[in-house]
Design a protein around this ligand. Structure first.
Ligand SMILES: [Mg+2]
Length: 360
């Protein structure tokens, strides 16, 4: 059985008010759906989130570069398709936009394989557990203190036992105040993480970490620029708070360098940037050799499958944005998300939501 076609669909959900972290302002949540069709009509599905950045490029790499490569290939030979796509883009570069396209196809093929075998993907990958810890993410820098506390408290009310907020303001003292306010509001039992989105210098990060020492921070995410591996090494020895990073990395070699330097106790792959479910598994195994933990970035419905199949998974990240489009949003109870038992990835979008938000 061969791949007959690939189709992409662009959805856009406007935000009532733009939100921002230290590096980006987001005006809408845009999704690109990537559907891979087998000859018999069975479809494997994946999706990318682009906000309002580069959506035509991301869609175009699938439609204009990779589609012709994979049509006619056997979809059950996932590694084979992955390599053919990687070979195709070697000249223009296998990272950046190209990596997103390869990953989207890889994810859709895992979904297709699961559906064809009537088996959830996490079981195909060698399941270890049926639930994965999950934390509520947000706490945007554009929020007033009242909005920030309301969002963090609402996660706790919904049953989350861990939450993450943005830091990385120009004035580090503003963030110290906000972190202290959140810790006070959520109490001592809820775990709290902070994310600076690469905003600070190592000195600023160390200063901040000292000022929030009493706030019991579980991890400090992307405190400094992602390529400053020496800086990450410095921070991992100078700060009491464990450092986490990796959502902007494309290559396993970059992770290996950070791990070899003992610069990163928590690695955070983005499944679209790192090359799909196949590559996330490899990265988790690589990190395990260095006694590092893995916390996935953003794509909870996809990540839950490979995270449930590795022994060093720490947390899934929860944003609510896809939930209104889903027939079965992830079930979260007492800080744990249950892996769907439906065939494939178990992600089913409401047809009426696709109609409502479709722009291309
Ligand atoms: Mg982050």
């Amino acid at each position: 059985m061969k791949i007959r076609d690939i189709k992409t669909t662009l959805l856009s959900l406007p935000l009532q008010n733009p939100i921002a972290d230290s590096t980006h302002t987001l005006n809408s949540i845009d999704w690109i759906l990537v559907d891979v069709y087998r000859e018999d009509g069975l479809v494997g599905c994946s999706h990318m989130v682009t906000f309002d950045y580069g959506r035509e490029l991301l869609r175009g790499i699938v439609d204009y570069e990779l589609r012709d490569v994979v049509i006619g290939m056997d979809p059950s030979l996932i590694a084979n398709v992955w390599q053919a796509c990687a070979n195709r883009v070697e000249y223009i570069g296998q990272t950046g936009v190209a990596a997103w396209g390869i990953a989207a196809i890889d994810i859709a093929l895992w979904d297709l394989l699961g559906k064809s075998l009537n088996c959830p993907v996490f079981q195909l990958l060698g399941a270890r557990q049926e639930q994965v810890p999950i934390y509520g993410s947000g706490g945007w820098l554009t929020y007033s203190i009242d909005q920030l506390l309301a969002e963090m408290n609402s996660y706790v009310t919904q049953g989350f036992t861990a939450v993450k907020m943005k830091v990385g303001s120009r004035d580090t003292l503003r963030d110290v105040d906000r972190v202290q306010a959140v810790r006070k509001a959520i109490g001592p039992k809820v775990q709290l993480m902070v994310d600076a989105n690469q905003a600070w210098t190592p000195c600023q990060a160390i200063e901040f970490s000292r000022k929030v020492r009493e706030c019991d921070i579980l991890w400090f995410e992307e405190p400094i620029q992602k390529d400053d591996h020496d800086g990450y090494r410095t921070l991992s020895t100078a700060m009491d708070i464990p450092v986490a990073a990796g959502e902007r990395e494309y290559s396993l070699q970059a992770f290996r360098d950070l791990l070899e330097r003992r610069a990163l106790p928590i690695v955070q792959p983005d499944v679209l940037r790192v090359g799909g479910i196949s590559r996330c598994l490899k990265l988790a195994h690589l990190a395990e050799v260095f006694n590092a933990r893995v916390a996935s970035h953003f794509y909870k419905e996809i990540d839950i499958h490979w995270m449930a199949a590795v022994s060093n998974g720490l947390f899934l990240e929860y944003f609510p944005w896809l939930d209104p489009l889903l027939i079965h949003p992830l079930e979260v109870k007492n800080g744990m998300a249950r892996v769907p038992g439906r065939p494939g990835l178990g992600i089913e979008l409401k047809p009426e939501a696709i109609q409502e938000y479709r722009i291309l």
